[in-house]
Design a protein around this ligand. Structure first.
Ligand code: BDR
Ligand code: CA
Length: 313
């Protein structure tokens, strides 16, 4: 089983992704690390602990992540209008019993990478601050971590915060640029593929009728996520960003990929824009771009297979 750490900002689609990972026999979840994004970090941590308790997996450690961006200078933007003020659909869940471990997210990431060199996959479902901090803490991290699978960016399509930027990259563009150019084995899943992975109202109703372990819980918290998508997008359902990304860890063949350099714009109205350069024929010509390590970027997805796995599990 693949040793996996989920870096997350729960978040409704994060909750689905965490449950999906726990239901996936291919993955061994070593821990959750938390980050601001959909909610502030304190609430992210609380939600991560709550979700593990709901799942009966309070044995899995939660390491709290950064409360500020890597430059410490960026004003945080939370997405209560998408996920609810509590991040989990405003369901008034009681506070969790558990507590985070006495170690920062970055320290936990570095520790696990050193314990199991080359074996750990990080599935990053929020802004990339914790991963960037791990790089700063241990310059050997990119070579010791097995793989980093990122939900982030929008390649050749509009973002979702604004036309340029996707939310996780917008949350900490400087951190994202550090991670994309770190030399680690990075795989990026962006909105260009996740906007094809749609859960319909009919799927949600099916969850409401199902006795599956997480079905009724998810049906409830999904309500507000559906309302937001009805308002914001011309789609008959909701995007499964974070669950799709977990499935890239479970079965990479659900996607096809291109390889190139990805950089992140950090200034102006395009702050948070992800730019992919993958023209191998002209690589040497544009050295400011091509001197950087390449990453894999998902370009197509078997969307029906992804939705089916999410529903089944
Ligand atoms: C990403 O931002 C968050 O709202 C979601 O949880 C997902 O990780 C989509 O842009
Ligand atoms: Ca997320």
């Amino acid at each position: 089983r693949k040793k996996t750490i989920i870096d997350t900002d729960p978040g409704i689609d994060d909750a689905m992704a965490i449950f999906l990972a726990l239901q996936s026999p291919e993955l061994d979840v070593l821990g959750l690390t938390t980050i601001f994004g959909n909610v502030y970090t304190t609430l992210s941590t609380r939600n991560a602990l709550h979700l593990l308790e709901i799942a009966g997996r309070a044995d899995i450690p939660v390491a709290e992540g950064s409360h500020v961006t890597i430059t410490k200078g960026t004003k945080l933007r939370v997405a209560d209008f998408v996920h609810g003020a509590d991040g989990l659909g405003n369901q008034n869940f009681p506070p969790p019993n558990g507590k985070p471990i006495d170690q920062s997210a970055a320290a936990f990431l570095v520790e696990q990478a050193n314990l199991y060199p080359g074996e750990v996959t990080v599935v990053a479902l929020g802004p990339l601050t914790n991963i960037a901090l791990a790089l700063q803490l241990d310059p050997g991290f990119p070579k010791k971590i097995g793989k980093i699978i990122i939900l982030g960016g929008a390649f050749f399509v509009n973002g979702n915060v604004n036309p340029a930027a996707e939310a996780n990259i917008f949350g900490d563009p400087e951190a994202a640029d550090m991670v994309f150019t770190s030399g680690a084995d990075v795989l990026v899943v962006g909105l260009n593929v996740t906007h094809q992975v749609v859960m319909t109202e009919a799927d949600r109703d099916k969850l409401g009728r199902s006795d599956g372990k997480f079905a009724k819980y998810l049906c409830k918290i999904l309500d507000i996520y559906f309302s937001y998508h009805r308002y914001a997008y011309e789609t008959k359902g909701v995007y499964l960003h974070d669950p799709a990304t977990v499935l890239a860890a479970v079965d990479p063949s659900l996607f096809t990929y291109t390889e190139g350099v990805v950089r992140v714009q950090t200034t102006g109205i395009t702050r948070g824009l992800t730019i992919l350069y993958n023209n191998k024929k002209r690589f040497g010509e544009v050295s400011e771009w091509c001197d950087k390590p390449t990453v894999k970027v998902a370009v197509t997805v078997d969307a029906p297979a992804v939705v089916k796995l999410v529903m089944d599990r």
